[in-house]
Design a protein around this ligand. Sequence first.
Ligand SMILES: [Zn+2]
Length: 92
Amino acid sequence: MTAQTQPCKHMQFDAQCRVARLEDSGRFMLEVGVRCIDCGKPFQFLGLQPGLNLSGATASLDGLEANIAICPQGVQPTPLQGLQGYTIEGHN
Ligand SMILES: [Zn+2]
């Protein structure tokens, strides 16, 4: 009987981040990958749609890379500015 190794508890991580500049659109994407240093297992991103979204966040088909649209500060409204421009209508 061979000794079973303990399953990795995934205590230490390596995060790879790259910024890609999309030449045709002039947009920028942050590409992120995370893996456990101890066992090397890559981590899967949850809750992201697959594909490419130049104005949002998506995951690769295997879920192991997140692609997040980014822009220089001031080019797009911040989330707070977006909220301030949002008006609530239809009160009773
Ligand atoms: Zn691990």
